[in-house]
Write a protein that binds this ligand. Structure first.
Ligand code: UDP
Ligand code: MG
Length: 336
């Protein structure tokens, strides 16, 4: 292990850290100083060995340097800040996994850097954990600062996913959650490349407590989730955890085939009884267009699953780490 990655408390002793807060970020230089101050205030009040694991998901705006400066002066013996820098932008799901795998705490909390998930709720989450929960899920009561369109689509999507997936995914929960070491280790065992985190959390199961909170608007900067990206994520969620769409395709195919056969029988009957005429051209075109549409959708759907199999078969790592910075570990401690 690189000397700079060592921890000051009982170097490399996993049991020495009670709580890890994992914060993935991508180009968040405006919000990181506020984020760091708020998280530190919460952790300091807890008065136990803690760490903050930031994951720089390939930011190009100097976010890591800003953070380094903030973290350097907020040094405290029982709390460490580490910045895991990835080699490029891998996306939030991979960045979170990097953070989780670098976390050493008995409990791990995942937090967005934009402060939409208030760090002040961490003590309440710790309480639920102390009472035996392995997972403390934070459920959004209200979504501030999000358009009604986004709220409505999220509402419909979560409920659809709930119906499709065999492992129930709690409605309106995101990545903001606490996991016990047991849950974290279980998550680490799921080695798939196409990671739909919400589904993976649900697959793990374990005793789960759901707490409600009001999701704040972004503190600064803007969300990188446009509708295209959200649609991709939605598709990923459904195809990762359910093959129901393939069954629907079979169902639709069967109905269309039966309908076609019935229609054919009617036409043959009519021709036999009343002779042939050439009418029906528009209905023919309508049928052909409809059925080719259904076929194309079905092929596309199959492609989704085949593509996923291909991505999994390559077995590439989820992310690559460029380096790990420990800005608040003094030079002496670093040399230990
Ligand atoms: N994020 C990341 N990698 C990315 C995109 C986003 O680590 O490629 C981080 C981002 O910096 C933030 C969190 O993921 O801390 C949530 O992102 P965002 O606010 O854009 O998503 P939303 O809150 O709109 O779901
Ligand atoms: Mg956000």
């Amino acid at each position: 292990m690189n000397a700079t990655t060592r921890l000051p408390f009982g170097a490399d002793d996993a049991s020495a850290c009670r709580l890890s807060v994992v914060i993935p970020f991508f180009n968040e230089r405006d919000v990181l100083p506020i984020c760091h101050t708020r998280v530190r205030a919460v952790l300091d009040a807890l008065d136990m060995p803690t760490e903050i694991v930031y994951v720089d998901d390939g930011s190009g705006d100097g976010s890591a340097d800003v953070l380094r400066q903030c973290a350097a002066w907020s040094s405290r013996a029982r709390s460490v800040t580490r910045i895991v820098r990835l080699s490029r932008n891998f996306g939030k799901e991979a960045a979170m996994m990097a953070g989780i795998e670098h976390a050493r705490g008995d409990a791990v909390v995942i937090l967005d850097a934009d402060l939409q998930d208030p760090p002040e709720l961490i003590p309440a989450m710790m309480n639920a954990w102390a009472q035996g929960a392995d997972v403390v899920c934070m459920q959004r009561r209200r979504r501030h600062g999000e358009s009604w369109m986004k709220r409505a689509s999220a509402h419909v999507y979560y409920r659809l996913l709930q119906r499709l997936s065999r492992s129930p995914i709690p409605v309106d929960t995101g990545d903001f959650r606490l996991m016990s070491r047991r849950a974290v280790d279980a998550l680490g065992q799921l080695s798939e490349r196409c990671r739909y985190m919400k589904g993976l959390y649900a697959w793990v199961g374990l005793p789960t407590v759901v707490l409600q909170y009001d999701r704040a608007p972004r503190a600064a900067g803007r969300s990188r989730w446009g509708y295209g990206a959200l649609l991709g994520l939605a598709m990923e969620g459904i195809t990762s955890f359910s093959v129901a769409p393939l069954r629907w395709a079979t169902g639709i195919g069967a109905v269309a085939a039966l309908g076609g056969a019935g229609f054919g029988a009617v036409i043959i009957g009519k021709t036999v009884m009343f002779g042939s005429d050439v009418a029906g051209y528009p209905s023919l075109i309508a049928m052909v267009t409809f059925l080719s549409g259904v076929q194309l959708i079905t092929v596309g759907l199959l492609g989704e699953y085949v593509g996923k199999t291909y991505m999994e078969a390559k077995q590439r790592p989820l992310y690559l780490v460029r380096d790990v910075l420990t800005p608040n570990v003094s030079a002496v401690e670093r040399a230990l």
